[in-house]
Design a protein around this ligand. Sequence first.
Ligand code: ADP
Ligand code: MG
Length: 255
Amino acid sequence: MGHVLAVVSQKGGVGKTTTSVNLAAAFARRGLKTLVVDVDPQGAVRYGVGLKRGHPTHGFSDYLNGARGLREVILPTALPWLRVMLAGTVTDAADHGTYHALVAETDVLKELLTAARERCDVVIVDTPPGLGPIVHKVLEASQHVIVPLQCEPLALQTTPQILRGIQDIVAMNDELTLDGILLTMYERENPACERVAQYVRSHLPANMVFDVVIPRTIASTEAFAAGQPVVLREPADAASQAYVNLATVLAERFE
Ligand SMILES: Nc1ncnc2c1ncn2[C@@H]1O[C@H](COP(=O)(O)OP(=O)(O)O)[C@@H](O)[C@H]1O
Ligand SMILES: [Mg+2]
């Protein structure tokens, strides 16, 4: 039985999608059979996961509403052990109301993640910001959750909220572990960034914050723009190495 790992945060733009695709690529490179599932109707995984040119764009939302079968929405990537389920055509819709309602009112997502777990070693779920009904459904079917925290002062205001919310869900799903907070976009030279990192480490239990920190790097931004995980495009980059190290830490916990 594989593991479902959700990537969750209160805020947008903190590195959830970057973390999802790079961790997935790092796991796949270790030979773990990996699936990334994008349940964020913004659908950003599509731009960063390294799909082949001209790939189909249907995905989870099209499976959810019955328009597509499971086989049609699981797409291959440049890596043999990495597959992806995009958010699907909901991404093009102006209003995501029907999508939200379907996720919240059916058990399709839970059943999908449970089935995926039977076939894969790791299932990584990229989520929309906040702890809304979609993220609730994801966490009900997950065994692991990590919370990216961008190293900037505002992060300190929003993080306690999400941690409390996750603790409430952990209390209901005894399979679920909060694996930790992941400091992202860290800039060594930036005093505000350093203060945030120190504050987080001094105010939270040591086992709740990963030792691995993801630096902000130009290669990360460029890789995203080029549609590839930085782990694959620029393996020597500091952010790539950090994601590979994080995958090692998590893979040890999975055993
Ligand atoms: N380590 C990093 N170094 C540089 N840019 C990054 C890094 N991580 C994320 N970014 C950039 O920050 C932006 C937001 O990241 P993203 O992963 O899309 O966040 P989220 O999914 O939480 O909204 C993107 O433009 C992404 O390329
Ligand atoms: Mg995202």
